[in-house]
Design a protein around this ligand. Structure first.
Ligand code: GSH
Length: 202
């Protein structure tokens, strides 16, 4: 088994945090996206989408998509559970994960690609679209602040994959100069707690 990874980028970090929480070690190979290694013929043969992370299983099958890779490990090593244990907690994880991924994580990725130089390649850029996505991300931060006023973690009392996606999104924002607004004290409290977990260093 091998995880194709790129240390500085947020999608692969989500998988590394997920693995660290479960105490699973997987050999990794760094694919330097900034140098364009994800566009090499050799890598595209493994993942025609040219994205990281990518998981290579022992039988040679490749799994793409951060959540698909996470689900694989949740199923192969359920403890500690990161995606809920019963119908209601699994539904809560799914609900919050969709909201956090689309409203926070993906909007900040879009800001990166559209409102900054992004990967420095020649893809289509629309600065206004990037800025709009930044405002959606800030609205989602407010929503999370309200949620965290009476909840330790985003889905409730248990740390889940939702917290992983959110903290990786918040750190991407920080890297791009978009910090948690001062008044969102509950979100800041949560961020400090989650950021102190050993997995956050993954
Ligand atoms: N939907 C994919 C997205 C993965 C993704 O966008 N990865 C970024 C790194 S954070 C990447 O490989 N970007 C290269 C590119 O856009 O050319 C997932 O959830 O894993």
């Amino acid at each position: 088994m091998k995880l194709y990874d790129y240390q500085p980028f947020p999608h692969p970090r989500r998988v590394r945090m997920f693995l660290a929480e479960k105490n699973i070690e997987v050999p990794t190979e760094q694919i330097d996206v900034m140098k364009g290694e994800h566009r090499s013929a050799e890598y595209l043969e493994k993942n025609p989408e040219g994205l990281v992370p990518l998981l290579e299983l022992d039988d040679g099958e490749f799994i793409t998509e951060t959540m698909a890779i996470s689900r694989y490990f949740e199923a192969t090593q359920p403890q500690p559970t990161l995606m809920g244990t019963d119908a209601i907690s699994q539904a809560r994880v799914e609900m919050w994960h969709r909201r956090v991924e689309s409203g926070l994580f993906n909007t900040l990725v879009t800001f990166f690609h559209h409102a900054t130089d992004g990967l420095g390649d020649d893809r289509y850029r629309n600065k206004d679209w990037g800025e709009h996505n930044k405002s959606v991300a800030l609205t989602m931060m407010k929503t999370l602040d309200a949620r965290l006023a009476d909840s330790q973690f985003i889905t409730g009392d248990e740390f889940t994959v939702v917290d992983i996606t959110a903290v990786c999104g918040i750190d991407l924002g920080k890297m791009l100069g978009i910090d948690i607004p001062y008044e969102l004290q509950h979100l800041k409290r949560w961020y400090q707690e989650v950021n102190q977990r050993p997995s956050a260093k993954a």
